[in-house]
Design a protein. Structure first.
Length: 338
């Protein structure tokens, strides 16, 4: 069967692999959809992930159907639709350096157990929306790491999939006012459609001044100047100006969360941060959130579907990866299997 692998530096190809065999404690999945993540292109830029450089299977945002169940496995039925914790596979992280990737027709889950690697979902959730479970868990982990409380005022920099997922997460957690900042008008429109209270085009507006209008004045004798009353800033953009902007205008005791991947070092003014006592937290992966987000996707899948901008059939997976890796070409790309 065909599988998508990184075969060299910035080289992704089709590779023939054997269909997995199913042992007594295993479950065989037929892949039904798989999202494309920005990290897929990053993995390719390194030539893959050790120890599989030059031979790294891709695809870590899957949704699947159970087609075979080992004799010793309980809690599943053939035909079940499932979302997947790609970090709990015993043969390595699925699609992120492990032995298998989600951009292939079949994947085997060794030592499968309900609520560990797999969670069953209703059949009416579209496959490509179900495949958002993994990136939405990443977004929810970022929300949780920033310690949001009911009534908090939040600013999200970056209206890509993670930023929009965080928007939905902050709303569920009780944030009172959420602003999304980006430079692409279509992304800002989508943020409003999904539920942002306001948006800011940072290429045209003074972000700090606008936030003071929206969130009030948070300046004090200790931290003067333009200081919005924002409680939480989330960097889902990954450009150096974002943490710098947030740090320079944060009120005393605000929180800055970093979920975006920064490819270059970021310079920050520690003197100013010392005065504001800005809390800086980091978020990567989803230690506990992978299935915490699932119920909300099931209940509100129509809203989550708005995050997806492009859908490709599996035989065009290489094209899907190219589109997803092209800046500004797409928001969220998914691959859907026949």
């Amino acid at each position: 069967m065909k599988s998508v692998h990184i075969t060299g530096v910035n080289q992704i190809d089709w590779v023939e692999v054997d269909k997995p065999e199913v042992g007594p404690r295993d479950v065989l999945l037929r892949m039904r959809a798989c999202g494309i993540c920005g990290s897929d292109a990053m993995y390719a830029s390194y030539g893959g992930i050790p120890p599989r450089q030059g031979a790294t299977p891709l695809g870590h945002e899957p949704a699947a159907e159970i087609v075979e169940i080992g004799a010793e496995v309980e809690g599943f039925t053939v035909g079940d639709h499932v979302v997947i914790d790609t970090m709990r596979f015993t043969d390595g992280l699925l699609g992120s350096g492990g032995a298998q990737g989600g951009l292939t027709p079949y994947v085997v889950v060794h030592d499968a157990a309900p609520g560990v690697q797999l969670k069953v979902i209703p059949n009416d959730v579209p496959w490509d929306v179900a495949a958002l479970n993994e990136p939405m868990a990443v977004a929810l982990h970022a929300v949780n790491r920033t310690g949001v409380k009911e009534g908090d005022k939040v600013v999200i920099f970056g209206a890509g999939p993670i930023g929009l997922g965080a928007l939905l997460g902050y709303r569920r957690k009780g944030a009172s006012h959420i602003v999304v900042v980006d430079v692409i008008p279509s992304r800002l429109e989508k943020a409003l459609e999904i539920g942002a209270d306001a948006v800011i085009d940072s290429s045209k507006e003074d972000v700090g001044a606008r936030l003071v209008e929206l969130h009030g004045d948070g300046a004090t004798p200790w931290v003067r100047g333009v200081r919005p009353g924002t409680d939480i800033y989330l960097d889902a953009a990954g450009v150096s100006v974002v943490p710098q902007t947030a740090a320079n205008m944060a009120k005393h005791g605000a929180t800055l969360g970093i979920v975006a991947v920064h490819k270059k070092p970021v310079e920050l003014d520690f003197g100013g941060i010392l005065q504001s006592e800005l809390n800086i937290v980091w978020a990567m992966g989803y230690p506990t959130e992978i299935f915490e987000v699932t119920d909300d996707i099931v209940e509100n899948w129509e809203k989550y579907a708005k995050i997806i901008s492009h859908r490709f059939p599996f035989d065009q997976a290489l094209e899907a990866l190219k589109v997803a890796a092209t800046p500004g070409a797409a928001d969220k790309v998914t691959v859907v299997f026949d």
